[in-house]
Design a protein around this ligand. Sequence first.
Ligand code: NAP
Length: 320
Amino acid sequence: VTGPSQNQTAPLFERLALIGIGLIGSSISLAAQRKGLVGKIVGSARSSETIKTALDLGLISEGFSNAREAVVGADLVILCVPVGLSGQIAKEISSSLRDGAIVSDVGSVKAAVVHQMAPHIPKGVHFIAGHPIAGTEKSGPEAGFAELYDGRWCILTPEPDTDTKALAKLRLFWEQLGSNVEVMTPEHHDMVLAITSHLPHLIAYNIVNTASQLERVTGGEVIKFSAGGFRDFTRIASSDPTMWRDVFLNNKDATLAMLGRFSEDLEQLQRAIHSGDGETLFQMFSAARETRRGIVEAGQDTAAPNFGRNPDPKTQSQKQ
Ligand code: NAP
């Protein structure tokens, strides 16, 4: 299932163990297989159902009911589970890790994950935390696709004493998966992601819940007229609740700091609407439009109207 493919002469890693095989884990497997990056891919998940699906889909060639057995003999281990589990799993796998192995993760929060995992990593094993800035609102092993990381950033957050060869090898792995790689501290990562990812999800969850309460008053009109903007928030707000609960529990300080800034700016808008200050509204909206232009120019989204969606909702793609 996972034999080296034609594109690369020798695999970068002999044996990859994926702990958690949802959207992110399954996409790593598919992207790695596309390029023949690893000799063999094995994995574990919480449920036997996920393991069976992963085997059926050819995402792994061997499945284990626990992480401890899955990592035996692996030279690359990647945790792809909700971040609240990182410490517990690092502790569980600690004594089974092979000397010289690289242990990494994909969690959306970094400082708390490093803090939880690092104490359990034995000497001789290289721990380098990571986070691919790529995803969709879908979950589970069937949600993955090989192109997920193409042209997207992956952030690695090594410690000051991280082995440079191990870091270079993990960087190459992510580059071969299709990503551009950037290295930064876990704390810097958490601050940047608080504003670019965590806060937008919080806002989406909140606006969808506010509107669904109003729905009782408007009698179906929120859903009917959702293409006016609301619908785009509901896509983000359909993301996995466990994953996002863990993000806010583990990136408390940075998300609260960004929420404070956001609230101040929202109040400014509120004041401008209240006092009929059209100039402020126009300036703030124009600045936001420029930001959007920058994202499109950086190749991080399509310039097509309506995010390139098919105008007929019945034939819309699942992966937008
Ligand atoms: P997902 O699709 O929900 O998959 C999570 C996986 O973790 C499943 O295989 C699940 O197994 C497994 N799992 C849950 N509890 C477990 C446990 N106690 N022991 C072992 N395995 C367990 O999640 P995902 O979207 O791939 O996210 C995984 C990680 O990637 C998270 O840390 C998230 O922060 C990060 N991330 C997500 C995105 C995104 O857009 N989704 C983007 C970048 C990074 P079962 O299926 O058996 O429950």
